[in-house]
Design a protein around this ligand. Structure first.
Ligand code: HEC
Ligand code: HEC
Ligand code: HEC
Ligand code: HEC
Ligand code: HEC
Length: 390
């Protein structure tokens, strides 16, 4: 076994201060599109022409198996986007529409490694994708995720874990670094043949690791009946109860009566994301909305603003990334950015002004283009202000 380090169990308190070296190659934000790699680095793809040794298939396990001992982690992972990476209806629809299969290298990396085990491959970004990772080289053109599926070693962050009959322990500093996530969350994840998305500066990622925000330590046992009272990293990716979403945006609302109108001032801050919002797949939307509410509770008037990265075809129509010709606009909120919005609503009959920030997984235009129904938006935050009678 590797020499023991002084890693404490669970979360390293220094981690949140740690500079995420190499983060410049990652891209979760809108504003950081460097020229895409249109060939697409074959991430997680086994080099072609190499046959799969039998022990590879034997070495990989379904998440359910890991869950027999890591019950709590399995439960949070199973509800995460990672567990759905090969199954999400939006993804299936877009994959079909694109006619491409290179999506697997991030959405279902095991499909290349365990041919014939479709059930395991369909688990998407499963335990044995991340915990067999020996190395990640996001900028390399050959297999950028180097998986070790032949040994019984499961790699993880802690160096004080003990081997047991089911797997041996391989501690790796990669698990505490953003590069692990960057193996898939990179700026050239979603490209088209034609587009050179403009390069507008370095990746807008703060100098903290992805894990320090997305995988907070929560009290619990690493494995059933094993070291209770320690912390385990949350695998849901938005923290317990999706707390990360609630922290993402700060909203301030000010309403100033002006004669027969109400001047509505909003301050929208990307308070707690290490990257632009929205981020990732183009087509996502943050919608900021205000409404003047009457005495009966119904909206009398309103206004809205949209923050998004919008990709278009040759004639300026918004299209899915795989057929995009250019970036038409990018109004995503950079980390820490404060956006001031202003609107005027009629004063007559309005007793209250409400504001909210919603997140849409997809724009209506793109949903229609790929033939899925619009997913329900998620409310990130809201605010209200009473209007004094004139
Ligand atoms: C038979 C029970 C059992 C099964 C099944 C099991 N594990 Fe574990 N695993 C443990 C125990 C116990 C520990 C903690 C050992 C310690 O803390 O000393 C552990 C620790 C780990 C760690 C932490 C290692 C580190 O360095 O931080 C990882 C990662 C891990 N397991 C992944 C997996 C994966 C992936 C699977 C499924 C392929 C799996 N385990 C299946 C019992 C199990
Ligand atoms: C093997 C590739 C891979 C790795 C490694 C990976 N991810 Fe992901 N991640 C994905 C894919 C693919 C999705 C999209 C799943 C879906 O919704 O279809 C995703 C989704 C997510 C989401 C949810 C996005 C949303 O739209 O709600 C978050 C948050 C996330 N990942 C964070 C992380 C973090 C943090 C790490 C590192 C600890 C990480 N990921 C490592 C492939 C990966
Ligand atoms: C997207 C990659 C990814 C996936 C998928 C994933 N893990 Fe992890 N896991 C990590 C990272 C990164 C850490 C270390 C997090 C940190 O530094 O706090 C970790 C930590 C752990 C640990 C060590 C204990 C701890 O919390 O520190 C165990 C055990 C573990 N994972 C088991 C699992 C099991 C079981 C599954 C599947 C049900 C799974 N993981 C799926 C990335 C992943
Ligand atoms: C400072 C904290 C912080 C750091 C660091 C951070 N994130 Fe996030 N991330 C957030 C918050 C907060 C959200 C929730 C935003 C939402 O739901 O709109 C988020 C959302 C996401 C999403 C979903 C995107 C969307 O628009 O819905 C992905 C994917 C993601 N993060 C990946 C990453 C990766 C990969 C890293 C590391 C390179 C990382 N994040 C670093 C806080 C952080
Ligand atoms: C380099 C890795 C990578 C490749 C290749 C890739 N994706 Fe993704 N995909 C991601 C990650 C990471 C996310 C989650 C964060 C985000 O939104 O970017 C994601 C998210 C998505 C989502 C949003 C899922 C949801 O449920 O909301 C769709 C749709 C999608 N990808 C489609 C595709 C299609 C279609 C392809 C192939 C043409 C593809 N992706 C290729 C990494 C990749």
């Amino acid at each position: 076994m590797a020499a023991r380090s002084s890693y404490p169990q669970g979360r390293n308190p220094l981690r949140s201060l740690q500079v995420a070296a190499g983060v410049a190659v990652l891209a979760v934000g809108c504003g950081d599109g460097s020229p895409p790699d249109t060939e697409g680095a074959p991430i997680g793809r086994r080099p072609t022409g190499v046959s799969v040794p039998a022990e590879v298939t034997k070495g990989a396990h379904p998440a359910r198996r890991c869950g027999e001992c890591h019950a709590a982690i399995h439960q949070t992972w199973a509800a995460s986007a990672h567990a759905n990476a090969d199954r999400s209806p939006i993804y299936r629809a877009m994959r079909r529409a694109s006619g491409r299969d290179d999506c697997d290298r991030c959405h279902a990396p095991l499909r290349a490694w365990v041919p014939g085990d479709e059930r395991l491959a369909a688990e998407g970004v499963t335990c044995d994708v991340c915990h067999t990772l020996r190395d990640v080289r996001p900028d390399r053109h050959d297999a950028a995720l180097e998986l070790d599926l032949t040994s019984a070693v499961r790699y993880g962050p802690r160096c004080d874990a003990e081997d047991h009959y089911f797997h041996r322990m391989g501690c790796s500093p990669l698990f505490s670094r953003s590069e692990l996530c960057g193996g898939c969350h990179q700026r050239n994840a979603h490209t088209s043949e034609a587009v050179e998305f403009g390069h507008d500066g370095p990746a807008a990622v703060a100098d903290v690791t992805c894990q320090s925000c997305h995988m907070p330590g929560v009290l619990g046992e690493v494995a059933v009946g094993w070291s209770a009272g320690t912390t385990v990293s949350d695998h849901g990716m938005y923290g317990p109860g999706d707390e990360l979403r609630a922290r993402a945006i700060e909203l301030r609302l000010r309403v100033v009566p002006e004669d027969r109108r109400l001047r509505v001032e909003l301050e929208v801050t990307n308070a707690d994301a290490g990257h632009s919002l929205p981020s990732g797949l183009p087509g996502r939307r943050i919608v900021v909305r205000v409404a003047g509410i009457g005495a009966d509770g119904a909206a009398i008037a309103g206004d809205e603003w949209i923050y998004a990265k919008i990709l278009v075809d040759g004639s300026g129509v918004e299209v899915p990334f795989h057929v995009a010709q250019r970036v038409q606009s990018d109004t995503c909120l950079a980390p820490g950015e404060v956006r001031h919005e202003r609107s005027w609503l009629p004063r007559d009959g309005v007793v209250e002004v409400r504001a909210e920030v919603l997140e849409h997984a997809l724009s209506a235009t793109i949903a229609k283009a790929v033939g899925v129904s619009m997913p329900e938006p998620v409310q990130l935050t809201s605010a209200r202000a009473e209007v004094p009678p004139p």
